[in-house]
Ligand binder design. Structure first.
Ligand code: XMP
Length: 509
């Protein structure tokens, strides 16, 4: 296992993903993690990440310097490298020129990180500080025009440092450099596979739950479906799933999900139709945060009432993923600004006095999809685009009404049908329609119309933390727009959302 010490870089998750793609398990820990914990995890190597701080600033993040005396190979990236140098007696100073972007890397060493890598390569720099003097025992292994110490090594102590970022795809040989660290320097085995994970997860669940009963909120999305499957494998009928229809699902979604889940998951599932309660709670509500809070609260009430009908429940299972867990331990883990209150069952276990079971809490979304496939889940469940808990309520800007829901459902169904037909469903992170509280003038036949506007949103992303609008082919956009305006009564204009995240978000509310 590899430990990644999180100094707050925006690329941390990318480092973790690169390591796992190389079939080596890794965990991200905050810098304040104590040495005993680090030792007890028995890592084969440690990666110190980049970060926005400067080592000579007072409140810059630090980790126990003894980490460099454990005899475990360490790789410092950008800030992590500077921290290594600063701590071991070298000198870091503000760079004369901030370096950002591509640089030509001249490698002077051909062992270690650079085995089987050409002498001259491109690399991606992003730093304001640079290394002026290396600590004793270190030697330079590469330089660029503006950065005399682009990388260095203390061979005896197996300490490696890179001023550039090997984890981003702008460093074309970055993957190989990281793999040299993992396989040659740390001697990691390539055994992190979803099959191995599933076996271990099932054993852990059994140990954790013993003879207890578990409930799980099933949404039909990949996270909760895979959680259900793992739990079912581990404890069989002692798992009961609850599916709540909140009346805010897409066209025929509740029916379809019911059918697919029943067919593929031979699991106890209770279906609860609570549409009326949700819609009643949302009458005349326009504020996005209020909508989210109301939906969250009604969901909890409905779920709790249903769960109480099941006797002897001791555990609540959730499909929490790794990005949510890391965010809560990050180096600068102060209270971050609430952008959107995500609807999940957070806090429900406390209210119901249940213990949590979160078997996916160390996985990324793409790993969950692979795990689902390994467990035999069909594509229609593993390859669903994410759909937010508050459903169509946050895709109808303004008041949520039955008419609005009906217009949006028809629009969305056409959009998804066309996206699927064009082979884009799996390629896109998400594609959906948003109903705007605006009307515009149009002309149909010889008649003036004054009807609704819908926006189409399609984005590419790897983890929803950042996203870019999809450059869909114009003929596809034309077909979508044409069909929506012709087939959905009440819509006479379609616009395409060309905003990326950040600064926008994926959902509109
Ligand atoms: P934003 O809009 O914040 O969304 O860019 C990021 C991702 O999260 C999904 N999303 C939610 N998922 N409950 C969820 O389970 C929610 O309340 C929620 N709000 C947004 C969104 O669809 C995107 O994939």
């Amino acid at each position: 296992m590899i430990l990644i010490i999180d100094f707050g870089s925006q690329y941390n998750q990318l480092i973790a993903r690169r390591v796992r793609e190389s079939k080596v398990f890794c965990r991200i820990l905050p810098p304040q993690t104590d040495l005993e914990t680090i030792k007890s995890l028995e890592p084969e190597g440690i990666i110190l990440s980049g970060g926005p701080g400067s080592v000579y600033e007072e409140d810059s993040p630090t980790t126990d310097p003894e980490i460099f005396n454990l005899g475990i190979p360490a790789l410092g990236i950008c800030y992590g490298f500077q921290f290594m140098v600063h701590t071991l007696g070298g000198k870091v100073k503000k760079a004369q020129k901030r370096e950002y972007g591509y640089a030509s890397l001249n490698i002077t060493d051909h062992g270690g990180l650079y085995q089987n890598i050409d002498k001259i390569n491109e690399c991606w720099m992003s730093h304001g500080d640079s290394i002026e003097r290396l600590p004793k025992g270190f030697e330079i292994t590469a330089f660029t025009e503006n950065t005399p110490v682009a990388s260095a090594v203390d061979r005896e102590k197996k300490l490696y440092g890179l001023q550039f970022h090997p984890e981003v795809h702008h460093t074309p040989k970055g993957k190989e450099i990281l793999r040299n660290f993992l396989y040659d320097i740390c001697q990691c085995e390539r055994n992190w596979t979803m099959k191995a994970f599933a076996k271990e997860a099932v054993e852990q669940i059994r140990e954790n739950v013993q003879e207890g009963r578990v409930i799980l909120g099933l949404s039909g999305g990949v996270d909760s479906s895979v959680t259900a499957l793992l739990l079912h494998k581990a404890i069989g009928d002692r798992l009961t799933c609850i599916f709540v229809d909140n009346g805010l699902l897409r066209q025929d979604e509740a029916k379809k999900i019911k059918k697919v889940l029943k067919k593929h998951l031979e699991i106890n599932i209770r279906f609860v139709n609570a549409s009326k309660l949700f819609l009643k709670g949302l009458v005349n509500v326009t504020d996005p945060e209020k909508k989210r809070k109301i939906i969250g609260k009604v969901f909890m009430d409905v779920f709790e009432a249903e769960a109480k009908k099941i006797e002897g429940v001791k555990f609540l299972a959730q499909g929490t993923l790794y990005p949510d867990v890391i965010e809560s331990v990050s180096a600068f883990g102060g209270p971050s600004v609430v952008i959107k209150s995500h609807h999940n069952v957070g806090g429900l276990h406390k209210k119901m006095k249940l213990k949590l079971v979160e078997p996916l809490r160390l996985l990324f979304k793409d790993e969950v999809r692979r795990l689902g496939k390994t467990l035999g889940l069909p594509e229609e469940l593993t390859w669903r685009q994410p759909f937010p808990g508050p459903g169509l309520a946050i895709r109808i800007i303004g008041k949520v009404t039955p008419q609005g829901l009906s217009i949006l459902r028809k629009t969305d169904a056409i959009l998804l049908e066309e996206i699927r037909n064009a082979g884009y469903y799996k390629k896109l992170w998400q594609s959906f329609a948003v109903l705007l509280p605006l009307k515009s003038v149009g002309i149909m036949g010889d008649q003036r119309t004054y009807e609704n506007i819908v926006a189409v949103r399609a984005v590419n992303s790897i983890d929803a933390m950042t996203a870019d609008w999809a450059r869909l082919p114009h003929p596809l956009l034309a077909k979508i727009s044409n069909r929506i305006i012709n087939e959905v009564k009440g819509v006479n204009r379609v616009v395409y959302d060309i905003s990326s995240k950040p600064p926008s978000t994926i959902e509109w509310e």
